[in-house]
Structure formats: structure tokens, C-alpha cells
Design a protein around this ligand. Structure first.
Ligand code: FPP
Length: 241
């Protein structure tokens, strides 16, 4: 699989429920099939030496607004994933990390998450970021609050606040900007995902639901990225004359 210079892929994994509905199955069946896609995409990206892959596994809005039975099922799947995938993560040299308001998740999920993060902490291949109980506005407002605390404590000057400095207060200051944002199930929204980091991301939307998004589809998204002309607000060389 060729990366075409992509360093960070972020995925909004949408359509598990629709995938199941189309088959006359319960939504939970769609989430279970979604885990198979997660496994395949993570493994293929790690083998291709992608540096960063971020997956939107649960938004703050999902966590607060979905029926508790569905959220509880997602928590069971997540906990199982965090335990069962440890050998595969180790084998593929993947470091697993997380972003979001993790402390609000059930204690057993947090415990398995921390164990998997600790186990994989020294892996130096791909970093897999799970966004859990995550919201982009929440991340930026959490950063603003921590900066305000440091200003009040006399640790930083308000005049030193700029983009680089704010970036250091985000959930993971080492996370690079997103190059390619993928969204499945045909939607054309960013849904509060990594708002700071996607500023110049190229967006790839596919009508396929997440359980149908596998190796050929991630390859297609990377090929589509390779055809984009990224200008970062500037001009291409040939446009300057
Ligand atoms: C969107 O489908 C998907 C989610 C809200 C959860 C994503 C979770 C997984 C892929 C499985 C668990 C993740 C890990 C990392 C083990 P939807 O339910 O919004 O689908 P719909 O829009 O068709 O209803």
C-alpha cells in the first residue's frame, strides 16, 4: 500500500447502523462488523508504515445522546478490542493512544485502555489514536481552560498565546496535522472531529458504510489524496507568474 506522503489519516467511521439496517439486522451487528474493519484498516496502515492513524470511535455527542443500551454495547466492544488486539498491536509495532474526556468513561474501559496504552507505549511504528468521548470544541475549550489556569498561576504570559502555544495544550501535543480525513456512509460533515488538526486536511467521502471499508478502500482514499493539489492557503508554483 502506497502512502503518497500522507503522515496522518483520520477516519470518521460512520454507517454501522445503516449497514445493519440494510441487512435487517440489529445496529449492534453493524458495530461488531465495524470492529472487523477497524482491525483490517489498522493492520494495513501499520504495515504500510503510516505514522499516525486516528479513529473517531465515540463522540461526546454519541456518548451523551445515544440510548444507554447502545453505548453500553459499544463499551463492551471497545473493552474486548483493547484486550483481544494486544498481540496484533504488538506484532505490528503499533502504539495505541487515546484522546477525549477519557475519565468520564466506565472505569473498566479506562483500566483496559490504560493497560493497552502502557503495553504498547514503547512501540515505534504507527501511532493509533482512538478518539473516545471526544469533541473538537471540547478539546479546544479544555486547552483554553488549562492555559487560563497557567496564566493565573503566573506560569505563562497571555501575550505568549499563539497557535503553536495553544497546540501544546491539546490532548496530544505531538499529534501532527491531519493530511487526509476520511468519512464513510456518504456524509459531508466533519462532526466535531479534530477541528484544530484538520484545518488543511483533504477530505475523502465514500458512500460505503464503515463495515464495508477495508484494504481496497483505504488504498483508493490514498490514491485520491495523491491527485489533490495542496496549497495551504498559498499558490502553486505555476500560479505565481
Ligand atoms: C457510526 O455508525 C459508528 C459509531 C458511532 C461507533 C464506531 C464504533 C466502531 C466502529 C466499533 C468500536 C470501535 C472500536 C475502536 C473497537 P452509526 O451507528 O452512527 O451508523 P448510522 O449513522 O448508520 O446509524
Amino acid at each position: 500500500m502506497e502512502l503518497f506522503g500522507v503522515r496522518h489519516v483520520a477516519v470518521i467511521m460512520d454507517g454501522n447502523g445503516r449497514w445493519a439496517g440494510e441487512r435487517g439486522e440489529a445496529r449492534t451487528r453493524g458495530h461488531r462488523a465495524g470492529v472487523d474493519s477497524v482491525r483490517e484498516v489498522v493492520t494495513e496502515c501499520a504495515r504500510a508504515d503510516l505514522p499516525w492513524l486516528s479513529l473517531y470511535a465515540l463522540s461526546t455527542e454519541n456518548y451523551r445522546s445515544r440510548p444507554w443500551t447502545e453505548v453500553r454495547y459499544l463499551m463492551v466492544l471497545l473493552k474486548r478490542f483493547l484486550v483481544d488486539e494486544r498481540p496484533t498491536l504488538m506484532e505490528n509495532n503499533v502504539r495505541l493512544t487515546s484522546v477525549g474526556r477519557i475519565a468520564e468513561l466506565p472505569a473498566k474501559v479506562v483500566a483496559e485502555l490504560r493497560r493497552t496504552e502502557a503495553l504498547t507505549a514503547n512501540n515505534n511504528g504507527m501511532t493509533l489514536v482512538l478518539a473516545l468521548n471526544y469533541g473538537g470544541r471540547g478539546e479546544i475549550s479544555d486547552a483554553a481552560r488549562r492555559i487560563a489556569d497557567d496564566v493565573v498561576a503566573g506560569l505563562v504570559e497571555s501575550s505568549s498565546i499563539d497557535e503553536a502555544m495553544l497546540g501544546k495544550y491539546l490532548y496530544d501535543p505531538a499529534m501532527p496535522d491531519v493530511d487526509l480525513l476520511i468519512r464513510t456512509a456518504g456524509e459531508l460533515r466533519v462532526s466535531n472531529f479534530l477541528l484544530w488538526q484538520i484545518s488543511y486536511a483533504e477530505i475523502f467521502s465514500t458512500p460505503l458504510c464503515w463495515p464495508d471499508f477495508r484494504k481496497p478502500q483505504i488504498e483508493e482514499a490514498l490514491r485520491a489524496f495523491a491527485l489533490r493539489r495542496r496549497k495551504f492557503g498559498g499558490l502553486l508554483a505555476k500560479e505565481t507568474t
